[in-house]
Design a protein around this ligand. Structure first.
Ligand code: SAH
Length: 343
């Protein structure tokens, strides 16, 4: 196990087993999760003997920066990181007036197969460990020199397809002994795995859940997202209402507008009807064209009109600002291009 995936409690057990005092665990945890050390050599308040013992027992992999792209429009930065087995993942850093937000990947590739998504093309390679998810946030904080205040699990991968590691990651990210990011500043986005949503509701977390809706009936949703064959829309919506009941956290619904596919007046009316009366927020995302797919963006006027229609139903709507338009913006595009270049 990578030592960075271990909770403080697990570290305590481990150091005591090595014949050390329990407080050593807190020192190690601080090196890993506050001072963001990448090597045992940096942990200067530990004896050389202990550092050596740790290094022999637990791996500590620094995440490697392979590429950084900076947007000339808004300063958004995209990072391509190399993992210990030479797999690569991408993460995004965005500056907002309320703080700096990092979008991380939860898997290498993805097996959900959404039709408009670049991450789906090569399928799933493997899950990321908690250390690898934390590593993306830590590396970005170190590289930018600025505190990360918000984290969104909206990069490559389906977080509920990697549930255990996701939970471990969330607990450690928001732990007061680590970076201590407020749970309320964390968002997890799912394509709608119903058992995952229901379990997540019971974890006692104050995290925002975003559901990728993209269509308001089963038929259209199935055209865009294969996962919709597995879970009926009515079941998905019931699970989301359950999440709100259990946590008190207002749901976010993501709706990627795809030109001529899900952006008509009728689609807006249907969505309005589906969400009417729910305390929720809709995030409209103009689809980001992916080279391998033929989907196109809706016209700006169509997007505005769609938003107005929803607002008339009393629904809270925002159009996602397209950050970093000039860099490989859409989920998974940077990783894909990198792998194509390598090939
Ligand atoms: N698997 C999770 C999180 C990753 S994707 C999920 O499905 O929610 C984050 C969001 O971006 C999802 O709403 C996804 O459907 C959307 N998305 C992916 N590719 C896109 C693209 N090319 N254009 C617009 N939105 C996209």
């Amino acid at each position: 196990m990578d030592i960075r995936s271990m909770t403080l409690e697990e570290l305590k057990t481990a150091v005591v087993r090595m014949g050390e005092k329990p407080f050593r665990a807190k020192q190690i945890y601080e090196w890993l999760h506050v001072k963001l050390a990448d090597t045992y050599g940096e942990m200067t308040n530990l004896s050389a003997a202990l550092r050596e013992k740790l290094a022999k027992t637990y791996e500590l992999y620094p995440i490697k920066v392979l590429e950084v792209q900076t947007s000339r429009i808004d300063g958004t930065r995209k990072f391509l990181f190399g993992l210990s087995d030479r797999q690569v993942v991408e993460s995004v850093w965005m500056q907002y007036h309320h703080g700096n937000s990092v979008c991380i990947s939860s898997q290498v590739g993805c097996r959900m197969g959404c039709k408009f998504c670049a991450s789906a093309i090569g399928g799933l390679v493997r899950n990321l460990t908690a250390a690898e998810m934390l590593g993306q946030v830590y590396a970005i904080q170190k590289l930018t020199g600025e505190r990360v205040s918000n984290v969104v699990v909206m990069g490559t991968g389906e977080p509920f397809d990697n549930y255990e590691n996701l939970l471990r990651f969330l607990h450690m990210l928001t732990d007061e002994n680590g970076l201590h990011i407020s749970q309320r500043n964390v968002t997890v986005s799912t394509c709608g795995i119903v058992p995952g949503i229901r379990s997540f509701a019971k974890e006692g977390l104050q995290v925002t859940l975003a559901l990728s809706l993209h269509a308001s009936d089963n038929e259209k949703r199935r055209e865009l997202m294969p996962v919709a064959f597995q879970y009926e829309l009515s079941e998905v919506m019931a699970a989301c209402r359950y999440y709100f009941e259990k946590t008190g956290r207002r749901m976010t619904y993501e709706y990627s507008l795809v030109g001529g596919v899900n952006d008509s007046d009728e689609d807006a009316a249907k969505l309005g009807k589906l969400l009417k009366g729910q305390n929720c927020h809709v995030n409209l995302i103009p689809v980001n064209p992916v080279r391998e797919r033929s989907y196109v963006q809706s016209d700006r006027t169509v997007v505005e009109n769609f938003k107005n229609k929803l607002e008339k139903c009393g629904i809270n709507v925002t159009i996602r600002r397209e950050m970093g338009r000039d860099i490989d913006g859409a989920c998974g595009q940077l990783r894909r291009r990198y792998e194509d270049d390598c090939r």
